[in-house]
Design a protein around this ligand. Structure first.
Ligand code: 5GP
Length: 220
């Protein structure tokens, strides 16, 4: 049976904007949403698991994969290499999944250029003061780390104009619903509804391919 294709969904935003809680909620509440698992050269942290958080690979392995064109995008982030495997993305999208990509802005811009089907959402904190408060509220980072994150946040927010949607995260519940509404609307985009892969499942859509009746013919 032919299925409506899914799409890659990039959710970006500075650290502290609420990205991870929106992403986790979407994965739990949006049927058909799933997370893309990247390859990285960084070391595994604490509770992380191979194949769940990342695929952990050595640098030469990563570079060989990159040279074979296995990544739909890749970037050097804080001294480590990260890449999104293309085969997983294509397979899941073919199955109708909305594949969530938690990638940095360099990666998002590569997806923008290479995947016409991608949907990009930028999540903004309500203000720089609120962002600072959230970063400090975690009580996990040293002052210089917080300063670095704030500087990075300003740089990242300057790229928001290249996204399809910008959502200001004033309150988490409204933000979640807005992101879900975007996903719902994107599923109904004409280009997806009328893709050759989908018509079988919704036979009425074949009407969109028919010749319209000649003028005056409807009244006969
Ligand atoms: P972490 O090492 O803390 O898990 O991630 C560090 C940064 O790398 C985050 O901003 C995350 O979004 C980004 N990242 C994770 N996977 C990928 C990927 O496959 N491609 C790109 N471009 N960035 C990634």
């Amino acid at each position: 049976m032919k299925r409506r294709p899914g799409f890659p969904l990039v959710l970006s935003g500075p650290s502290g904007a609420g990205k991870s809680s929106v992403a986790a909620w979407l994965l739990d509440n949006e049927p058909g949403a799933m997370l893309s698992i990247s390859c990285t050269t960084r070391a595994r942290r604490g509770r992380e698991a191979e194949g769940i958080d990342y695929f952990y690979v050595g640098e030469s392995d990563f570079l060989a994969r990159r040279d074979r064109g296995e990544f739909v995008e890749w970037a050097l982030v804080h001294g480590n290499l990260y890449g999104t495997p293309a085969s997983f993305l294509d397979q899941r999208i073919g199955e109708g999944k909305v594949v969530l990509l938690d990638i940095d802005v360099q990666g998002a811009m590569q997806i923008r250029a290479r995947r016409k089907d991608a949907v990009l959402i930028f999540l903004m904190p309500p203000s720089l003061a609120a962002l600072e408060e959230r970063l400090r509220g975690r009580h996990t980072d040293a002052e210089d780390v917080i300063e670095r994150r704030l500087k990075a946040a300003r740089r990242e927010m300057a790229t928001a104009a290249a996204y399809d949607y910008v959502v200001v995260n004033h309150d988490l519940e409204t933000t979640r619903e807005t992101v879900r509404a975007i996903v719902t609307a994107e599923r109904s985009r004409a280009a997806r509804m009328l893709s050759d892969e989908y018509v079988d499942e919704e036979p009425i859509l074949a009407a969109a391919r028919m010749e319209p009746p000649a003028q005056g013919e409807e009244s006969r």
